[in-house]
Ligand binder design. Sequence first.
Ligand SMILES: [Zn+2]
Length: 310
Amino acid sequence: MADFRNIPEPNYEYDIDELTRAYREAVTDIQDELTRTDLTDLSRGKAQSVLAQVTVILGRLTKKSFDWVKRVIPSAAIGGVMRTLMALGLAKTPEEAREKAKLNRMNQNMVAAAVADTQNDLLAVSNNIDRRVRAAVRRAVGDVMRANMAKGVNGTRTLSTDVLARVRKELGDAADNAIIDARGRRWKVETYVDMVARTKTMYAHTEATMNEALGRGVLYGIVSSHGAKDACRFHEGRIIRLTDEGDANYPTYEQLRSSGQIWHPNCRHTVSPVRRPDNLPERVRDKATQQAEIGDKALATGKRNPTDVE
Ligand SMILES: [Zn+2]
């Protein structure tokens, strides 16, 4: 029987850093572009050329993020397949698992959908930045024109520093304060992209784990434990069904996921497939029984995880 402690937890920090850095740099480049613009005689023509630069920066960002998704999502799925091979004792080491890991038909479909979905989420981020920057630049042109007109009337030679400072700040904020989620919360671009990357890679990992297990006729899994502090902790170490099939005493993955208590955005929990729950070592089974009781009570409260964002 596999010892689940030996299966490495997925770690995509390096990749996630790479993606968030790309967004951070693009936001900074756009802010630099806006800061360099001389506001004192901001014309429509000048605004157009600034916006053209912004389009170039965002185009490069989109290309980079799409390539990232095409590389990292399939690799996260392979990680999930490796988890299954090790959990079922079909590979002894991560190296052996990597050698044997292939995406079955279900996983190929899952990966294609997850790639498209993640690319869409990231595209929405750059579209959002684009929209806000355009609106801010348009407002700035209007503000500067009005202020210049007033200047002529008042006979003063320069734009008031108040107007300049306000326009400057609006332009600066436009690039970075861009994302509002379904619950109306505002996210910094970088924090949002980090959440999307983390959530989608873990999703691909876990779905691939389960698809590989189901392809091998395995119906159960055990939830990972790392001493979570949020509502996930109620479900750590319990046994679940991967689909509707199997012993109905165990909740399904979907039931737990849709409760919003575990497998929420940014969640690090995984599932390790188990062919016969009866055959698990006693200590693992005891903990699972204990956690089933705690977990069912938590489910009955209907409370969602506070870190859940959807
Ligand atoms: Zn979790």
